[in-house]
Design a protein around this ligand. Structure first.
Ligand SMILES: [Zn+2]
Length: 697
């Protein structure tokens, strides 16, 4: 228990040393005080020491991260990982920075380099380009600095042990992709975690069925690898301590080959502790090894506290260590045992999945019981095939991967649970398994859950919601048949995703990004990945802009139909028919080039104009909508005369938050009052919901 307390303490400390950790720290200290007040003084002390250690290392990391830098220059550093999502590029650990001809050592944060050429991992490079500072999610970690570059110069090759890792990966990649079987792409994912050859549909299905961990090189790969070493040691008839030493060396070679994946490091530390314990005669159980592995990892690399891969890996391992207590002694033992492992691991990672992704697949423990042996077979057979270069074995492994693809496709349709659903399922299982209550309570809970989830189904009448996204626009159109249109998403992806999640929206028929300003388009980039989107409209005739390029790139990768629209485009989606009023030509100002949409629903009309200003407004035909969004958050870029004519007697919405621009201006509010418009504001009224039931005959 003391070991676990130390691990928890270090974790809290590391997390609180990183940005925004005051709340975490408060909670941790409160817990320690509570523990100290009860009889658990030693545990409280260990936990407290852990917190101090964690804070120290967390702050060191945070200091490096805050040394961000915006502008043009040359960064020298080491390549630590190559990525294909969200864009093709690599992660770079900086060593020095050259600006205005002056070079100085610089230990800034790990940056994401977007470039056409991707050098080998561990190569030393000099990258010339422009950096921007903005938080984003790359390869499971938060990256604050992105460097766009066309000029990547290689200064030195990788060190020998990385070069060996790169060679092994290249060889495995070469042998596996030479197979013509459709499952070979996924097999490569099992073996190296490289999912660039796997379609978005398969990745999505795996996520929805709870199988994503199979393509993240993780602790289970370490176990399989170790099993291989054991078999080899058996053949060579090695003494036990030699076998253990070989295991330790082998596992760390695996860490190098998989490029310091956090979950592999965690597993390698655990394995090394257990094996070293055996060599020197100190028994080390799994729980202690896990706790020590967490402590060591977080002191060395406190960022891991916020790394999803690491969190999932630790939670799953802890779950598996506790799984022995589920259904002991039932027969057939192999079935109950594997079910217990699967249920325990999935339950342990559930809170993290809910927190990060908002939903968990209900059936994932059962899917995993079926998939685990297939994945293990594929991985082992595929790995041997890749090493000895046998196409036959690689094909056999690929067949296994095809079975997993089929299973994922089948299970993706099964229910996804949100927080309410998880609480419901937990309550039902508790009611069924405990002896005092029973069926009656279970059925009552089931009904309650059904009522709660009903609230998230499509509205009964066509509904338009002007979402309160702070300073920015986001308008949601929902049809009773479940069809959805989202016009802009605001700036904050978390706000946008929460709005969709609370309405149970997992699919959007059309997303319109009116123009490339962050207060309209920034959140859409992540929305594209969070829900499945059919079609994206962006303005035609506009110069390229980084945000617009990024949105289009994500859409292309997700297989979304992207259309650049201009005056004359139209589309009917559910109860809404949409007509594009602009842009009609190329404008000097980006705002004037916004996609302006005229919506007809149940006999009412809506104008969603983006941020168009006086120039584009003057070229619009005369419009008298029943409902309109005021362009550009009520800025004085709008022509007062045009606004008075257009908004006369209408319901108008100003989508605005705290801002330094003075939106909405007094002139605009005056003009709306003069025009007898009914004014709604998202900063005062929150989400503005309007229903459009068809008029009764
Ligand atoms: Zn705007």
């Amino acid at each position: 228990v003391e070991f676990a307390a130390g691990a928890v303490g270090v974790w809290f400390g590391a997390a609180s040393g990183l940005a925004g950790g005051v709340v975490v720290l408060g909670l941790a200290v409160a817990a320690v005080v509570l523990l100290a007040m009860t009889r658990h003084r030693t545990i409280a002390l260990v936990c407290f020491v852990g917190i101090l250690a964690g804070i120290g290392s967390g702050q060191r990391t945070e200091a490096a991260r805050n040394a961000t830098w915006d502008g043009i220059g040359v960064v020298r550093g080491t390549v630590i990982q190559d990525t294909t999502t969200p864009q093709r590029g690599f992660l770079l650990r900086p060593i020095s920075l050259e600006r205005n001809g002056v070079t100085q050592p610089w230990s800034g944060p790990v940056m994401f380099v977007v470039s056409g050429a991707v050098p080998q991992v561990d190569a030393d490079v000099a990258v010339r380009g422009v950096t921007t500072v903005r938080s984003r999610w790359v390869a499971g970690r938060t990256i604050t600095t992105t460097l766009r570059s066309r000029d990547v110069q290689i200064l030195g090759p990788p060190r020998p042990w990385f070069a060996i890792g790169n060679k092994i990966r290249a060889r495995v990649g070469g042998v596996v992709t030479a197979s013509s079987r459709p499952g070979s792409g996924l097999l490569l994912g099992f073996l190296t975690g490289d999912t660039s050859q796997v379609s978005e549909k398969v990745l999505d299905d795996m996520k929805r069925s709870g199988l994503t961990h199979a393509v993240a090189v993780s602790g289970s790969n370490v176990a399989l690898f170790l099993a291989g070493i054991w078999a080899l040691a058996g053949v060579l008839r090695l003494r036990p301590d030699l076998r253990h030493l070989l295991g330790i060396v082998g596992v760390w070679a695996f860490v190098l080959a998989t490029r310091w994946e956090p979950s592999v490091i965690r597993a390698a530390i655990m394995v090394s502790l257990v094996l070293a314990g055996r060599v020197v005669g100190i028994p080390m159980d799994g729980a202690r090894a896990l706790s020590l592995a967490v402590i060591v990892s977080l002191i060395v690399a406190p960022d891991l506290a916020n790394n999803v891969g690491f969190q999932l890996s630790v939670a799953a391992t802890a779950g598996i260590l506790l799984s022995g207590r589920l259904w002991p002694g039932r027969s057939p033992q192999w079935l109950w045992r594997s079910l217990a492992v699967s249920v325990a691991a999935q339950s342990a990672v559930m809170p993290i999945l809910l927190w990060r992704f908002g939903a968990v697949p209900l059936m994932s423990p059962f899917v995993n019981v079926v998939a685990a042996p297939v994945i293990a077979f594929s991985t082992i057979v595929g790995a041997i095939g890749a090493v000895v270069g046998s196409g036959l074995l690689v094909d056999a492994g690929s067949r296994g991967a095809e079975l997993v693809i089929w299973l994922a496709d089948f299970a993706a349709e099964w229910p996804q649970l949100s927080v309410a659903g998880v609480v419901g399922v937990a309550a039902i299982s508790w009611a069924l398994f405990s002896k005092r209550v029973g069926w009656v309570v279970a059925v009552t809970i089931l009904v309650a859950v059904a009522v709660i989830t009903r609230a998230a189904s499509p509205p009964v009448a066509p509904t338009v919601t002007f979402l309160d996204v702070g300073q920015g626009d986001a308008t949601l159109l929902q049809s009773p048949d479940g069809k959805v249109v989202l016009v802009d998403g605001g700036i904050d992806p978390l706000v946008a995703k929460a709005a969709l999640r609370s309405r149970g929206i997992k699919r959007i028929d059309l997303v319109i990004g009116t123009h490339a300003d962050a207060d309209h388009m920034a959140a859409l980039v992540e929305v594209m990945s969070a829900v499945s989107v059919d079609r994206l409209w962006v303005p035609a005739l506009q110069p390229s802009a980084p945000l617009l390029d990024e949105l289009i790139a994500v859409a292309n990768r997700r297989g979304v139909l992207v259309e650049e629209v201009r005056t004359g485009a139209s589309l009917t989606i559910g109860a809404f028919s949409l007509q594009v009023l602009g842009p009609s030509r190329r404008f000097a100002a980006e705002n004037d080039g916004s996609v302006a949409t005229w919506v007809t629903v149940s006999g009412s009309t809506l104008l969603l104009p983006g941020d168009i200003g006086a120039v584009a407004q003057a070229e619009m035909p005369p419009l008298r909508p029943d409902v309109m969004l005021v362009p550009h958050h009520g800025s004085n870029t709008t022509d007062i005369g045009w606004l008075g004519d257009t908004a006369a007697g209408a319901r108008v919405v100003i989508s605005v938050g705290e801002n330094d621009f003075g939106h909405p201006t007094a002139e605009i509010l005056d003009a709306l009052a003069q025009a007898d418009a009914v004014v709604y504001r998202t900063d005062r009224d929150g989400d503005i919901v309007m229903e459009f039931p068809a008029a009764e005959e």
